[in-house]
Design a protein around this ligand. Structure first.
Ligand SMILES: [Zn+2]
Ligand SMILES: [Zn+2]
Length: 232
């Protein structure tokens, strides 16, 4: 990643207010430190591999939410993403500056407030919204609460299997569960199940990992990528 792109990542996420000139001076360094502290990374001010990966992961998540198919979901901040963000802000009655700072980011990703004691803030790689019911019509997305244990499992899978995680199904309302052919007592109804894919891993590899986790009650491969995991 170029220095300019690194500055873009920090600028877009509201950490950097300087020029995007590719010169990694004290302002860039300080911005990187603030970002790293917020995301529990080594606060060395160097925009290294992990910091890059994290910024990409966050920006991808934002792009996924705000895009209407017109921008690439590549995790790279730039004018297009900024414009799309400004548009989203306009629609959501926020100042349309195109910057996904803490407030805009929180609204887009539905992150719990920073000061919240909520356990969601201890989850590193997933936001609450990724586990919402995906019916889009029968419920508000949260027919139940996700259980901490199963979300922590997803976080651990992300860490140990070293690939970005994707949740195709977390919570389901009854109607949606019936529509997707879920069993009537599915644990997706009560926030105790996830369908998870880890980037770069086959379902078989993720399954082998899941089978070794003590909290897991039942797990199986849904297809070649996704694995269903549930807990008691
Ligand atoms: Zn629903
Ligand atoms: Zn499932």
């Amino acid at each position: 990643m170029t220095m300019k792109q690194k500055q873009w990542q920090l600028y877009y996420l509201g950490y950097y207010g300087g020029k995007i000139d590719g010169i990694w001076g004290p302002q860039s360094k300080a911005a990187a430190v603030r970002f790293q502290k917020d995301y529990v990374l080594d606060a060395d001010g160097v925009f290294g591999a992990l910091t890059i990966a994290k910024s990409i992961e966050i920006i991808k998540a934002i792009q996924k939410e705000i895009t209407d198919g017109k921008i690439a979901i590549d995790g790279l901040a730039g004018q297009e993403t900024k414009d799309a963000t400004a548009q989203w802000q306009r629609e959501n009655e926020l100042t349309p500056d195109g910057i996904a700072g803490a407030m805009t980011r929180g609204k887009i990703l539905n992150l719990p407030a920073q000061e919240s004691e909520d356990w969601w803030s201890s989850i590193q790689y997933f936001s609450q919204k990724e586990f919402a019911c995906k019916c889009g019509r029968y419920c508000n997305g949260y027919p139940a609460q996700m259980q901490r244990t199963v979300v922590e499992l997803a976080d651990r899978a992300r860490t140990e299997l070293k690939g970005v995680g994707f949740v195709s199904s977390g919570l389901r309302c009854r109607q949606h569960n019936a529509n997707v052919g879920g069993v009537s007592d599915s644990r997706h109804l009560i926030g105790k199940a996830i369908d998870l894919r880890i980037e770069g891993k086959s379902a078989r590899q993720t399954l082998a990992w899941a089978q070794k986790q003590p909290e897991v009650r039942y797990t199986y491969a849904i297809d070649t990528n996704y694995v269903h995991i549930d807990i008691d």
